[in-house]
Design a protein around this ligand. Structure first.
Ligand code: AMP
Length: 188
């Protein structure tokens, strides 16, 4: 199963990704997690990403695409993967398509988690108090949502016209959403 998860910040992508990766026995590749690990370790990549992440902006494609291309060469992706947080714009989606076309391993599905902005803001306010992520500050959340609508939402249309998009509602209990996702992906 080669799967991409798409949805606004706070839709529960990270939470669902863990369950889905385990269900399908595939690695969970979160670009946000990779950037945060690099920030923590003080690597060059982390330093390059920091200012963008702090503002809630996308890290430049030149940095992000190379990081993902490299990750997709690791042996654990041979039988599939779940990408969480990538692609985040149409240019990234095109790079991913090109990489996978070259390997003759197209995506099986793109799962969109759909949720209203008002619900997201209350969820992220909550997450801030639990995880204390700097980019969950309220004004940064609003900016990240704008970035999502302006830059990331167009990939939904990109994948819809490709025929690989599956959309499910991301409201409700975590386990209900997981069941919904697995059912929707069932015939893929
Ligand atoms: P996330 O944990 O997916 O919400 O990502 C946290 C932050 O990492 C984002 O706000 C961006 O600054 C950066 N980031 C994660 N994935 C990408 C991506 N595909 N392209 C550019 N920046 C990204």
């Amino acid at each position: 199963m080669r799967l991409v998860l798409v949805g606004p910040p706070g839709a529960g992508k990270g939470t669902q990704a863990v369950f889905l990766a385990s269900h399908f026995s595939i690695p969970h590749i979160s670009t946000g997690d990779i950037f945060r690990a690099n920030l923590k370790a003080g690597t060059d990549l982390g330093n390059q990403a920091k200012a963008f992440m702090d503002r809630g902006d996308l890290v430049p494609d030149s940095v992000t695409n190379e990081m993902v291309k490299d990750r997709l060469t690791h042996a654990d992706t041979a039988h599939g993967f779940l990408l969480d947080g990538f692609p985040r714009n149409v240019a990234q989606a095109q790079v991913l398509s090109a990489v996978l076309t070259e390997k003759k391993t197209p995506l099986d599905a793109v799962l969109e988690l759909q949720i209203d902005d008002s619900e997201i803001i209350s969820r992220l306010n909550n997450r801030r108090s639990v995880e204390s992520r700097a980019d969950d500050a309220e004004e940064v959340i609003v900016h990240r949502l704008n970035v999502y609508h302006e830059q990331t939402a167009p990939i939904v249309q990109y994948y819809r016209s490709e025929g690989s998009l599956i959309t499910i509602s991301a409201t409700g209990a975590v386990d209900e959403i997981t069941t919904r996702a697995i059912t929707a992906l069932g015939n893929k």
